[in-house]
Design a protein around this ligand. Structure first.
Ligand code: TXA
Ligand code: MG
Length: 349
């Protein structure tokens, strides 16, 4: 199959909508990352997604809609979920809702809930409106690779596997949507993203919990609240390690670790904040953005991790940022990409 990577003109969006209705897969931009879409009601098309991505079938998919009226066709909407729909959709938020039987089992991996999201990106909105069916769309990467934030990233993973990619430029947020479960006693964030804990608490008027597996690996025998948390994810091919500590300690540790890795014949790269670029000049180093702007770090993160692969970097060291607000989403992705390997800069002698 040849893959057409085309600009998201009105005509191409209509064509993509028709492909979706015909049971084909289409990749499209959203405000978070690019998605790989299929008609949620078409079981055969949904199964093709798992094949194209190499995704395990026990990892459920998010159904994307363009208007509230579509909810009724796929799920019931409990009170707390209704508030989230009213106040925070469209936007980078996914809410688990009790599913209806219209949704095939392969979408929810047999779970009693379906994940629902209404993207705010104008191209995603236009595409969903054009086909007017709920569209399941995981991130459009091969399973295990960093999520795609440009059409080129999608093409790198999906070339020859899908008929069309709509190119809408870079995704603004850069990390996937916040996944929240509001069906239990307390609302709980299963995956942090563009909608923060504070934003959820402000509209719900109650405490929102964060799933323990957000900031650490699943423990032996522990059941994942969200199946996606079980899998190795967002991983560059090189070994990524996070370096924690004061600015001075981290810079000193970076220089030491860099020299050691280089002496061992490794291709090494440092990921640091913009503020530290000058202090590390002369080394192979990339800016993650400004330390006080986690949005900037989120926006760049997956592109940087893919660049590490393109350049065949074998060892990567990165700085940490506070796991608050958007920083929580960044640290969740970085932590998982690093298999939660963190070293203390002060211990690097
Ligand atoms: O920003 C996003 O959410 C992007 C764009 C394309 O919309 N999509 C995305 O989909 O990130 P995906 O499939 O890569 O991630 C969906 C996550 C997985 O971790 C999955 O396990 C979880 O949502 N999930 C889906 N349905 C669930 C359910 N019923 N219960 C618990 N977790 C669920
Ligand atoms: Mg994904």
């Amino acid at each position: 199959m040849t893959t057409a990577c085309v600009p998201a003109t009105e005509e191409n969006i209509l064509c993509a909508g028709q492909l979706l209705k015909d049971g084909q897969l289409v990749a499209f931009p959203t405000e978070t990352v690019y998605g790989l879409g299929a008609n949620a009601f078409d079981e055969k098309a949904v199964l093709e997604i798992f094949k194209a991505k190499g995704r395990p079938q026990d990892n459920p998919l998010i159904a994307h809609i363009w208007c509230k009226e579509q909810l009724d066709g796929i799920c019931t909407v409990p009170e707390r979920a209704r508030i989230l729909v009213e106040k925070l959709m469209p936007g980078p938020l996914t809410v688990l809702m009790p599913r209806k039987s219209t949704i095939p089992d392969c979408v929810t991996a047999g779970l009693p809930t379906v994940a629902v999201r209404m993207p705010s990106h104008p191209i995603a909105h236009a595409l969903l409106k054009a086909c007017n069916v709920p569209v399941v769309a995981p991130s459009a990467n091969s399973s295990g690779r960093p999520s795609p934030t440009t059409a080129k990233h999608v093409l790198d993973d999906m070339d020859g596997k899908i008929p069309m990619i709509l190119d809408g430029g870079e995704c603004e947020v850069g990390v996937e949507s916040t996944v929240v479960d509001v069906n239990g006693e307390h609302p709980i964030i299963l995956r942090p993203g563009g909608v923060t804990k504070d934003m959820l608490e402000a509209v719900l008027g109650e405490e929102v919990l964060i799933a323990p597996s957000v900031m650490r690996p699943l423990q032996k025998g522990e059941k994942a609240l969200s199946p996606g948390m079980m899998y190795r994810h967002y991983s560059p091919a090189g070994e990524l390690t996070l370096v924690d500590g004061s600015r001075e300690d981290v810079l000193a540790a970076f220089r030491k670790l860099y020299a050691e890795a280089e002496a061992n014949g490794e291709s090494v790269c440092l990921l640091c904040f913009e503020e530290n670029m000058d202090a590390l000049s002369g080394l192979n180093v990339r800016s993650m953005g400004h330390e006080k702007k986690p949005q900037e770090v989120a926006h760049r993160l997956f592109d940087l991790l893919r660049e590490m692969d393109d350049e065949k970097v074998t060892r990567i060291y990165a700085q940490l940022l506070p796991a608050e607000g958007m920083g929580l989403a960044v640290m969740n992705r970085l932590g998982r990409a690093a298999a939660f390997r963190v070293i203390q800069a002060a211990d690097v002698k």
